[in-house]
Design a protein around this ligand. Structure first.
Ligand code: FE2
Ligand code: FE2
Length: 335
């Protein structure tokens, strides 16, 4: 057995959060970290009492439809553990101090978004979906739509954890780009359209967070893309497509790739959306959803192009590009 030589520096194990280390030279990351701290808000700034009051004036089906929509959203805003995991990885790999700091703020942001979903559901239809007693076929199918969406979320989570073995952190974080770009547009449109003021406010504040998350993915991309190999760039292309496939469930319509959903999903989903709209809860129609995606794609695409990363094809939107197929194992995207 060899004696420990205390006169030498210790050799630390690989991929370990020790030793603590700080660097103060990445000014862009520091600026974003400061902005993240400045822009924090509290989900309890939303007047939930008022939301419950409004709910009491709605039909049961309208309340259900709004709770249903927030439940679908929560599939994507269940991202606290996603970012908590990325915080650990960022420390293990000794990323920039400010980048690690930003990830801690995104973890907190996502938790706030998740709380907002829960509070909105609770205000509209307490106990939905697990303690909900459907009164007819439509209600039962709507409940199952949510449960099966969440089941797909569990498949995504497994793939996400596996992805850390396959991708480098910079590729992983740029994978979030499409999701954050889509989130920004969705929440901005919904805040502008909502006739329910408190929801309008929640969407506006969430959009501020998502815009900053997008800025984070952009920062990672611009800091790392020039060092990426062709293989890594191909992975980014695939992940941009994966982001579209995953988020389209709520922001467009679920593509056949990846999703395992009941045969009635779309039909019931459309009915729920119409019911929510009839209550003043703004959900963009298919044309507007398409337009939002095009905007997001142009935004992401222009950044990708600067670093010779190809854009994938989006036949659903009539956008040509690299043909990539996304399967269960490729799901890294996040909102
Ligand atoms: Fe979010
Ligand atoms: Fe986000």
């Amino acid at each position: 057995m060899s004696e420990t030589d205390y006169t030498k520096d210790p050799v630390y194990p690989e991929a370990n959060v020790y030793p603590p280390r700080w660097n103060f030279d990445n000014e862009r990351a520091w600026q974003l970290y400061r902005r993240a701290k400045r822009e924090q808000w509290d989900e309890e700034e939303i007047n939930w009492e008022k939301v419950r009051e409004i709910a009491s004036g709605l039909d049961r089906k309208q309340r259900l439809a709004i709770a249903y929509w927030w439940s679908l959203l929560s599939n994507f805003d269940n991202a606290t553990p996603v970012f908590a995991h990325s915080v650990i990885k960022a420390f293990e790999h000794h990323l920039d101090t400010a980048v690690r700091g930003i990830l801690t703020t995104i973890t907190y942001d996502e938790n706030r978004h998740n709380m907002t979903c829960g509070l909105a559901i609770d205000s509209m239809m307490r106990g939905f979906p697990f303690n909900f007693k459907p009164q007819d076929d439509l209600e039962r199918k709507a409940m199952l739509n949510v449960e099966w969406t969440w089941y797909n979320g569990s498949r995504y989570w497994k793939a996400y954890l596996e992805a850390y073995k396959k991708y480098t952190l910079d590729v992983l974080f740029t994978s979030f780009m499409m999701g954050e770009a889509a989130a920004t547009t969705v929440f901005t449109t919904m805040s502008q359209g909502s006739k329910i003021d408190e929801f309008s406010k929640a969407f506006r504040k969430t959009a501020v967070d998502e815009t900053r998350h997008y800025a984070f993915t952009h920062l990672i991309m611009t800091d790392n893309a020039s060092k990426m190999s062709d293989e890594q760039k191909r992975m980014v292309t695939k992940q941009v497509r994966a982001g579209f496939v995953f988020l389209s469930l709520i922001t467009f319509k679920p593509p056949k790739e990846f999703w395992k959903l009941p045969p009635w999903f779309e039909e019931v989903n459309e009915k729920m959306e119409d019911l929510a709209r009839s209550a003043g809860f703004y959900i963009p129609d298919l044309k507007e959803k398409e337009k939002s995606w095009r905007t997001a794609i142009i935004r992401v695409g222009s950044t990708l192009a600067r670093y010779n990363v190809k854009l994938p094809a989006f036949p659903e939107l009539g956008v040509t590009g690299e043909e990539v197929e996304v399967s269960e194992e490729d799901m890294v995207p996040i909102f």
